[in-house]
Design a binder for this molecule. Structure first.
Ligand code: SF4
Length: 455
């Protein structure tokens, strides 16, 4: 696997893609600003949403048990998965018991986290993504680069070639025609599928209901047409009551895309009843831990408030210049820089908390006011404590500490720096500090020390 800086270099090597990412992220960002101001009292709504999330996470054990009981009372089969392997095994077993040959999937970050597609494909099950962005990514062998807009890094011309190469259709870059091609192709698959797999934006503990929001209607097909519906849910994605769900829905779409509501909000409460003509015969709810309870027990629990709206990605100046793939994780942007080390470990993702200027733009737009800069700093501290600081930085900091603790040495160093670099902006620095001046200039030292001026 490439290192973080190699992934950034790879992203930077494609300026058209970076431009596409910047355009799309800024569009979402601006729409979010308009969407949030359309709420009569956005600040109060965000405060309430944070309160609900904080309360839910603080009582997660109770609400999860309540959800399990209510879902079972609805006829849903509930499964608990400690980690990705357990989730994979559960869904493979459900597929094998029901002779599933074709599964259709709506967008689910948890299924990406767990690697559901590969697990089912290894058993000979065909898995087809049905969210348009995910479908394009699957056709081209790509991975999602944004939580809510998986292929925001692609231009419509690139999508035109992907469809031409993979679906045997004539090239077009007309978005309406591309949509139509996808719709015609996917419709046949919805009708034939044995299993539908969805994520879960929220589950309601009181009623055992799961909720997904989409803009394309594919989620509704996935959850109602196949005879089996499997819901994959991160264990933190629940709210206590339907009223709490309404608060979250007010904020989710506005924060994500600026819409007042997503086009489709689908609520599922178990399989079809005996007197109902439509709907799945079985509904399975897989509740995934995969490192979340460890986060809950430590100083990073606040990240579990996240409702995966993606607003922090669009607001982040770092995300906008490196794109989602550079993060090397299913989750990118500021939320990914916090979630990825928690779920995947500091050894694999210890660089990500440094992918931030700590400007606070992410916290400012977060609908549940997660203090992302604070969490990023905590992870950086954990990295230092785990000895992950690069040698050059350790040596530099040790050198600074040694000089700063000795006033004579410190004064001498200031004088030397003033003499060598005084009054001059450096546009480039030599290695290993060269990367620092790749996108900025090194500020000049003053020729005269501050202490000398005071005398
Ligand atoms: S951290 Fe906040 S802004 Fe970012 S995805 Fe989660 S809820 Fe949205």
């Amino acid at each position: 696997m490439l290192s973080f800086s190699e992934r950034i270099e790879a992203a930077q090597a494609n300026p058209e893609r970076i431009a596409a990412i910047q355009r799309a992220a800024m569009r979402f960002y601006n729409h979010r600003q308009e969407g949030i101001t359309s709420l009569p009292d956005a600040d109060a709504a965000r405060d309430l949403a944070r309160k609900i999330r904080a309360h839910t996470i603080a009582h997660l054990d109770e609400y999860l048990l309540q959800l399990e009981a209510a879902a079972q009372a609805n006829g849903t089969q509930v499964h608990w998965a400690r980690d990705a392997a357990a989730a994979q095994n559960t869904i493979r077993a459900i597929a094998a018991q029901n002779n599933v040959r074709l599964a259709v999937k709506s967008k689910s970050m948890v299924s990406e986290e767990v690697g559901v597609n590969h697990a089912l494909q290894a058993d000979g099950v065909q898995v087809v993504e049905t969210d348009l962005g995910e479908y394009i990514a699957q056709l081209s062998g790509d991975t999602p680069s944004h939580i809510i807009a998986p292929v925001l890094h692609l231009t419509r011309q690139e999508v035109g070639y992907i469809f031409q190469d993979n679906l045997g259709v004539s090239y077009t870059d007309d978005p309406l025609k591309l949509n139509d091609i996808a719709r015609q192709t996917l419709r046949q698959l919805f009708l034939r599928a044995d299993m539908g797999i969805s994520g879960c934006n929220f589950a309601v503990a009181e009623t055992g209901t799961t909720c997904i929001v989409t803009n394309e209607g594919n989620g509704r097909m996935v959850t109602t047409l196949p005879r089996i519906h499997v819901v994959l849910m991160g264990m933190e994605r629940l709210v206590p009551t339907p009223d709490d769900l309404a608060v979250m829905l007010q904020l989710l779409a506005r924060s994500a895309t600026g819409q007042k509501m997503s086009v489709y909000t689908s609520l599922t409460s178990g399989p079809r009843r005996p007197d109902e003509p439509h709907g799945p015969e079985q509904v399975h709810l897989i509740i995934l831990d995969n490192g979340r309870s460890q986060a809950l027990a430590g100083e990073m629990a606040e990240i579990l408030y996240c409702i995966r709206c993606g607003a922090c990605l669009n607001a982040c100046p770092v995300y906008r210049v490196i794109g989602g793939h550079a993060y090397g994780s299913v989750y990118s942007g500021p939320v990914g820089a916090v979630v990825s080390p928690i779920l995947g470990g500091m050894a694999a993702h210890g660089d990500l908390p440094h992918a931030s200027t700590l400007c606070g733009a992410c916290q400012e737009v977060c609908p549940v006011r997660i203090d992302l800069p604070k969490l990023l700093l905590r992870l950086r501290r954990q990295g230092v404590e785990a000895g992950q600081t690069p040698l050059w930085l350790r040596m530099g900091m040790n050198g600074f500490a040694a000089a700063a603790a000795r006033p004579t040495l410190f004064a001498l160093a200031q004088k030397v720096a003033g003499l060598l670099l005084g009054g001059t902006w450096k546009t480039t620095l030599p290695a290993p500090a060269a990367g620092w001046t790749q996108f900025r200039h090194f500020p000049p030292f003053d020729r005269q020390r501050f202490q000398d001026r005071e005398r």
